[in-house]
Design a protein around this ligand. Sequence first.
Ligand SMILES: Cc1cc2nc3c(=O)[nH]c(=O)nc-3n(C[C@H](O)[C@H](O)[C@H](O)COP(=O)(O)OP(=O)(O)OC[C@H]3O[C@@H](n4cnc5c(N)ncnc54)[C@H](O)[C@@H]3O)c2cc1C
Length: 361
Amino acid sequence: MRVIVIGSGIAGAATAHQLARRGADVVVVDAGHAGVATEAGAGIVCPWTGRRDDEEYRLAAASAAYYPDLVAQLAEDGVGESSFEVIGGMVVSADDALLDGVQRRVTGRAEAEPAAGAVSRLDPAQARELFPALAPDLGAVHVSGGGRVDGRRLRRALLDAAVTRGARIVHGVARLTPRGARVGDEDLAADRIVVAAGAWTGELLPAVPVAPQRGQIGHFELPGTDTARWPVVMPASSHYLLAFPGSRVVAGATRETGSGFDYRVTAAGQREVLDHALAVAPGLAEATLVETRVGFRPASPDGLPLLGALDDRPDVLVATGFGPGGLTQAPLAARFVACLALGEEVSADLTPYRPERFTGR
Ligand SMILES: Cc1cc2nc3c(=O)[nH]c(=O)nc-3n(C[C@H](O)[C@H](O)[C@H](O)COP(=O)(O)OP(=O)(O)OC[C@H]3O[C@@H](n4cnc5c(N)ncnc54)[C@H](O)[C@@H]3O)c2cc1C
C-alpha cells in the first residue's frame, strides 16, 4: 500500500517509521517551514506530574511507557541514537502543602504506571544536589521515571529508520489532490494520505481547527559544568528547566495563543523566559544565553490531539493537535494512526481524538 505522509515533525516522522516497519510504500513530504515545533520542543517526557486527568493524560502516560519500545525498534532498524534518556523529574516549590498534594497525586499514578518509577520527597539541599542551579528554598517531589528527549535528534532518527525501511523523502509544500498530493510539479498518487502538518494543518484541511501557539525557549551553557544527569525541573507554572549533555540547560517556554505564524524572538518573550528561569534557578545568572528557539505548537480547541480518518475522505488521516505535549504523546499516537491507515486493529479507543469532533456531526 502506498502512503503519503505530509509533515515530518515528530508526528509525521514517527508515523512514517511505523508505516515503513509494517511494509507500506511510504513517501514523506516536508515543506521545511520555520518554527517546526519538534525542532524547538524542550523534550520533557514526564506526564505523571501533570494536572490534567483526562484522555490527554492517558495517551501521554501510555506513550511515555512506550518510549523504551520505540528506542528498541530504532536500534533494530540500525539507528542507535534516539536521544531518549530517563534522568528523573522534580516538581519544585517552596510551599510544602503544595508538594504534599503533588506527592499524593503522583504516588497514586505511579502505582498504576510502572514507567513513572519511584516517587520520593526531597528537601531543598537534596534537590540542589541533583540540580545545583536551583534556588535554595525549593523542595521537590522526585519521580525517577522522568525522561528527556532531543526533538531534533529523535526526528532525524525516526526519518533515518523510515528510510532504512524503504521510505522516500520529498522536500516541498504538499497540497491534497483527489488521489494523493501535489508537490511542486509532481503529482503523487497514494492509497492513503496522513496529514501530520502540525500547526500548518489548516492550510491543507481548513475544517480541522488547529492553531499555532508560539513558544520561545532559551538555551543556556554553563561552561565546565557536567549537566548530563540533571533531572527535569517543573515548578508550579507552565515554565520548566531541563538539561542536556554538553553543559546545556534549556528553560522555557512562552505559550502565546493567537500568535499566528510570527516567527520572532520578542522582547517580552525573552524577558518572560529569563524571569522564570532565574527565579527558579538563580545559578543560571552567569550562564551564557546561547540561543532562543521559536516553535509553533499545533493547538486544538480542547487540548486533545486529532487522530484518525476524515468522515468524507476516509483515505485521508490526520495526526496532529499535540499542543504542548507532542514529544511525549506523538510516538504512540503515530503508531495508532499508522495501524488505522493500514486497516490494522488499534489497541485503544480513539473516539475522543476524532478529527471532526468539533463539527457537531
Ligand atoms: C517551546 C516548545 C516546548 C515544548 N516542550 C515540549 C516538551 O517538553 N514535551 C513535550 O512532550 N512536548 C513539547 N512541546 C510540544 C511538541 O514539540 C509538539 O507538540 C510537537 O513537536 C508537534 O509535532 P508535529 O509533528 O505535530 O508538528 P511540527 O513539529 O511542527 O511538524 C510539522 C511539520 O509539517 C511540515 N509541513 C507543514 N505544512 C506542510 C505542507 N503543506 N507540506 C509539507 N510539509 C508541511 C512542517 O514543515 C513541519 O516539519 C514543545 C513545543 C514547543 C514549541
